[in-house]
Design a protein around this ligand. Sequence first.
Ligand code: SAH
Ligand code: SF4
Ligand code: F3S
Length: 464
Amino acid sequence: MQEQDTYYLNEICTQNALYTQQTGRKKKCLTHTFGCQMNERDSEILFGFLAQMGYEKTDIEAEADLVLFNTCCIREKAESKVLSHLGELKKLKQKNPDMIIGVCGCMMQQKGMADTIRSSAPYVDVIFGTHNLHHFPEYMYNVYQGKGRQIEILDKEEGVQEGLPSYREYPFKALVNIVYGCNNFCTYCIVPYVRGRERSRKQADIVQEVKQLVADGVVEITLLGQNVNSYGLDLQDGTNFAGLLQELDQIEGLRRIRYMTSHPKDLTEELVKTIAESSKVVDHFHLPVQSGSSRVLELMNRRYTKEHYLQLIDLIRKYMPNAAITTDIIVGFPGETEEDFLETVDLVRKVKFDNAFTFVYSKRAGTPAARMEDPISLDEKKERLQRLNDALSDISRDINDKLQDTVVEVLVEGPSKTNEEMLTGRTTSNKTVIFAGDPSLIGQIVPVTITEAQTWVLKGTLAE
Ligand code: SAH
Ligand code: SF4
Ligand code: F3S
C-alpha cells in the first residue's frame, strides 16, 4: 500500500470518529458481492480498507451508510441482478441522502458500462473497475472532501499490488490469489476483457502470506487464478504451479490446499503427479470441460479435444483413483447441434463427474462468439440444460451412494443453512456434509460417518 493511501484512510477514520462522537453511532457498511471467488477476495480487500476507515459491517441495507456493489458480468443474469438491486437502492438514498453508494468490479470494466451507470443512476457516488480497486481509499477521501462523484475506469492493469489490508470472511479458511487476469480468450468469455492479462504474484509473496494465515489459525487455503496451471510462467524465472504446490505443501499447520481453476489444456502429468504425491493438496479436480463436442471446443477456442480431455481423466484416475472430479459446462453455444449436445452427455457419462456447474450460453458483447450464428432457440437450450442436469444428478447420486457408511474428514464451516441446529462442512473432495455437533467444532477437521447419501449433500454423524 502507498503512503498516500494510508493518509487517506487515516483522514477518513478521523472524520468517522468525529461522527461517532457527535451521534453516538458508528458508520456502517455493506458489500454485495456477485460472481466468482476472485470477486469475493476483492471484497475482502475492500472491507479491509473500510475497517481501517472505521466502518463496521452490517447486513441491513436500511442502516448502511455505505453500500458497495462488487459486480460480475460473466452472464446476462449476473448483470441484471446488479441493475435491479441498484434500482432498489434509489429509494433508500432518497430517505438517507448521506448514504454513499459505490459500484465496482468486472461489470464496470466493460466498455461503456460505467458511462451507462453514470447517466442512468445519478445516485451512485463512486464507480471504479477491477484494475484500480487499490485506489478505493482515494475515491472515498474525495467523496469525504465534498469533491462530488468519483468515476474512474483504467484501460489497463497496474501490475500486482501487494500488502493491501483485508478482512477475511472465515478465521479457518482463506482465499489466496496466485495469478490475476486471463490470456486464454475462450470465444464466449468476457473475463480476459475485464480482468486483463495474466499476472502472477511472486512465489515468495504467496508463501509468506500463507504462512501468516496459518499462524493466524487458517487450516485450508484456496489458491485462485482463472487458470492456475499457467501460474508463474509470466515471471520467466522458472516458477510454476507444481513448484508452488510443493513449497506450500511443506508449511506446517496447513491442512488442505485447494485451487481454482485448472484449465485442461495446461494440465500435465507432472502436475497430476505432484498433486498425488503431496500430503495437503486435496483429492478434488475442478476441470471445466465446457463441451463434449470437439467441434464446439474448437469454436470455443478451448485448445483441447474430447479425446484429450478423456485422456486427462484417465491420467487423474491412474494416480488418484478416488479423486472427485467436477466441471463447468455450457449448453447452447452458438451453432451447437443436437449431435454436439449428445457428445456432451456422452462425455459426462464416460467421466462420471461428482458434480458440475451447468450454464446456458449467454451472449457477451465484444466477444468473438457474440458474432457467431446462433439459430437455436432459448427454449431448446433450456431443454438441453434440463436433460444434461438429469444425467448429472443420476451420476452424482450413484457416486455419493458409495460413500454410505464410510468415514470422511470434514472441515466444519458453521451452522447448516437449511437447519440451524445442524453443522455443515466439507470433505477434502469438496462434498458438503451435514451432521449434528457442538458449534465449538467450527473450524476443526473432524471424522464423520456418512449415514445418508443424497444427490448433492451427505448426511452423517460424528465418528468416534
Ligand atoms: N477460468 C475458468 C472459468 C471462469 S468463468 C475456466 O476457464 O474454467 C466460470 C464458468 O462460467 C466457465 O467455466 C463457463 O462454464 C461459464 N461461462 C463463462 N462465460 C460464459 C457465457 N458467456 N455464457 C455461459 N456461461 C459462461
Ligand atoms: Fe474465460 Fe477461458 Fe479465461 Fe476461463 S480460461 S476465464 S473461460 S477466457
Ligand atoms: Fe464474474 Fe468477474 Fe468472476 S466476470 S465470474 S466476477 S472474474
